[in-house]
Design a protein around this ligand. Structure first.
Ligand SMILES: Nc1ncnc2c1ncn2[C@@H]1O[C@H](COP(=O)(O)OP(=O)(O)OP(=O)(O)O)[C@@H](O)[C@H]1O
Ligand SMILES: O=P(O)(O)O[C@H]1[C@H](O)[C@H](O)[C@H](OP(=O)(O)O)[C@@H](OP(=O)(O)O)[C@@H]1O
Ligand SMILES: [Mg+2]
Length: 407
């Protein structure tokens, strides 16, 4: 006997590669406990025929980037999604396409972080500038004027959607500027003893995982070093680029201060109006300053405890809040209009520590060796008031003759 379909539908879409990383059948069982059915969207058929949806959860970055490059099939898919969203303002979206769009361009993403008030909390964005000229002398001048010094990391301007978005280089001198693949964002290299901290945010919850990173580098006349980010900072990465020089072995890196991490999460969730974020931070040698070097939309959450439980809570919060904001008049801002609840740490251990409490080991921090013992946290209810305006992917398909950064 086929199971009776619930009237409440959660529609989701992500690439086949991404969907294979988790057991979405298991998540479907969790959804049913809350009275929802989980349906994978078929982007080749009108969403109108597959709904009505209460909420849509997606990682459409691959399709959006293809659509912006003018791929006809991707354009049609994005038109399908955007017209459904436009026709159904009652449907919640995680995350709003307009906000997702901002993170697809590294320069725009870093600018949003740089323009936030995080500087007041001792959190900085390494100097960065976009290089687009084929004249390397002009690029050297652009770097100088922007205060991007050597070494710097050269990152593709397009941040998502294909493996090439993660092909990077460390550039040590002016001669190396010729090796930059354009268009790219040059970001000053910050020494941090090959220790990266990834903050995974799911609505009002977040969890910090420690990851391998690049070793300390100094200006020199050496050639550029090319690398793929997924070879360096995955949980199981063992790149030679992460092995500290003997002279750096004695350097120690403090664990992130929970209060500072909470401030970063609170601020970026607010200014970006998003729920599913990966925020990469490093702690600068010597100064101890926190640097935000990257931000990702709907990351992998590798090491995040009970992701599906957090996702379900985030979905319920989003729906609750959306029905609240639907009664409000002004949905124009892509920022949150309401004061967000303070984000809460997701912890793997029984007594949940709020930021600033004693032993940092209790602060929702995974060094990769933590036990599987987890206890749910009774989360403070977050609230979203991100407006839902259609992304410009479809509109860029219509006038794709214009040059775009996604070349
Ligand atoms: N400014 C920087 N200073 C020092 N190291 C950096 C800097 N930027 C990046 N790195 C190193 O390069 C790695 C990849 O950088 P980044 O996270 O920007 O790439 P990415 O492709 O966006 O990664 P992902 O999407 O997998 O998070 C980082 O994990 C870190 O090890
Ligand atoms: O180690 P993390 O969780 O950061 O790895 C993410 C990565 O940051 C990017 O978000 C990847 O997305 P793309 O940039 O679109 O490739 C994620 O890949 P995905 O297939 O899981 O979306 C990585 O998990
Ligand atoms: Mg990163």
């Amino acid at each position: 006997m086929t199971e009776k379909k619930s009237s409440k539908l959660i529609g989701y879409w992500m690439s086949e590669k991404k969907s294979q990383k988790l057991n979405w059948t298991e998540f479907g069982n969790i959804c049913r406990k809350y009275g929802f059915d989980l349906v994978k969207l078929d982007l080749s058929r009108p969403l109108e025929e597959q709904g009505p949806f209460t909420i849509i959860v997606h990682k459409l970055t691959d399709i959006i980037v293809l659509a912006i490059k003018g791929d006809a099939k991707a354009c049609a898919m994005m038109c399908n999604v955007e017209s459904y969203i436009k026709d159904h303002p009652e449907v919640s979206i995680i995350d709003p396409l307009d906000n997702v769009h901002k993170l697809l361009d590294r320069y725009q993403a870093y600018s949003i972080i740089h323009n936030s008030d995080l500087e007041e909390a001792g959190v900085f964005t390494p100097s960065f500038v976009e290089l687009t000229s084929s004249d390397y002398k002009e690029n050297c001048e652009t770097l100088r004027l922007a205060g991007v010094d050597f070494p710097f990391v050269c990152k593709p301007s397009v941040s998502h959607g294909s493996s090439s978005a993660h092909e990077m280089a460390v550039i040590f001198n002016e001669n190396g500027v010729k090796d930059c693949h354009l268009p790219c964002v040059a970001q000053s290299f910050i020494n941090h003893n090959a220790l990266l901290y990834k903050i995974y945010m799911v609505g009002d919850e977040y969890f910090v995982v420690e990851r391998p990173s690049l070793k300390n580098f100094y200006p020199s006349d050496r050639e550029a070093i090319f690398f793929h980010s997924h070879d360096v900072s995955k949980a199981d990465s063992t790149s030679s680029l992460s092995i500290l020089d003997p002279s750096d072995m004695t350097l120690s890196t403090p664990r992130p201060d929970p209060a500072k991490v909470q401030r970063i999460v609170y601020t970026l969730r607010k200014v970006l109006g998003m729920s599913l974020l990966g925020i990469d931070i490093i702690i600068e040698n010597g100064s101890g300053r926190y640097g935000i070097i990257d931000i990702n939309e709907y990351p992998g959450y590798d090491g995040y405890p009970d992701f599906f439980d957090s996702l379900m809570k985030c979905i319920l919060e989003t729906i609750n809040h959306h029905s609240y904001t639907a009664r409000k008049t002004d949905l124009s801002s892509t920022e949150f209009c309401l004061p967000l609840m303070k984000p809460t740490i997701k912890s793997k251990i029984s007594d949940i520590m709020s930021p600033g409490n004693g032993d940092q080991d209790d602060s929702g921090f995974d060094t990769g060796d933590s036990s599987d013992e987890k206890k749910k946290r009774d989360l403070s209810v977050g609230s979203l008031t991100a407006s839902k305006r259609s992304s410009t992917a479809a509109s860029e398909c219509r006038n794709s003759h214009e040059t775009s950064k996604f070349t």
